[in-house]
Design a protein around this ligand. Structure first.
Ligand code: SAM
Length: 191
């Protein structure tokens, strides 16, 4: 897993419900850690035991992974996006079945800023769509936040791992179904 070139990436888990989401939220944090996120922020019901579980796994299996609770997620996301003293403005990426396809969206996301990858549980606040820099879908069917996160993280790291091997060139090939599409610094060449 290639992490060296990437800025901070955290998963923000909205709307955790202690009575019904324990297992899936726990798996979400484990998946976030295992697939290369730097941390997770738990929102919704406060649940210290899940945070403890994540910290224990990180301690036993290694690496650094932060886990904490946030009681005001929308205010937190706005400040994440704005940036604070000592932390640059961040990018909010909301995983939602209503978003832009993950393989189209991820390559457009800038890689020089901290990223908050937001997943819902129960219905997410409508405002989230507006404050997010990117609303990203893993297919446009409803499924699971764990599945969506796994695919998104996998593609995020894969594209960096591959692209970082070709830094410094001026020509990029744009994948296309109907011919050659190439971009260089000044011109777009289609044929
Ligand atoms: N009933 C909920 C609603 O109306 O928002 C659906 C919640 S869904 C089980 C939980 C989370 O999984 C969503 O908030 C979203 O983050 C993620 N998710 C589900 N399907 C997705 C998809 N096709 N693409 C991206 N994320 C998805």
């Amino acid at each position: 897993m290639v992490r060296e070139h990437l800025p901070w990436l955290e998963v923000v888990r909205l709307g955790h419900r202690i009575d019904r989401d324990r297992r899936i939220t726990s798996h979400l944090g484990l998946t976030a850690r295992a697939l290369g996120a730097d941390g997770i922020v738990l929102c919704g019901d406060e649940d210290p035991s899940i945070i403890e579980t994540w910290k224990n796994v990180a301690e036993r299996f290694g690496g650094s992974f932060s886990a904490r609770y946030e009681s005001k997620p929308m205010a937190y996301l706005k400040s994440f996006k704005r940036g604070t003293k000592g932390r640059p403005p961040g990018i909010i990426v909301h995983l939602t079945m209503y978003g832009e396809d993950v393989s189209e969206a991820l390559p457009k996301i800038r890689r020089d800023r901290p990223v908050a990858l937001v997943v819902g549980g129960a219905k997410v606040p409508g405002e989230l769509f507006g404050i997010s820099n990117h609303n990203v879908a893993v297919g446009n069917q409803p499924h699971s936040e764990v599945a969506a996160l796994a695919v998104a993280l996998s593609q995020w790291h894969f594209s960096v791992a591959i692209e970082s091997r070709f830094e410094g060139g001026s020509i990029r090939v744009i994948p296309s179904t109907d011919g050659k599409k190439v971009v260089d610094d000044k011109n777009t060449l289609d044929s």
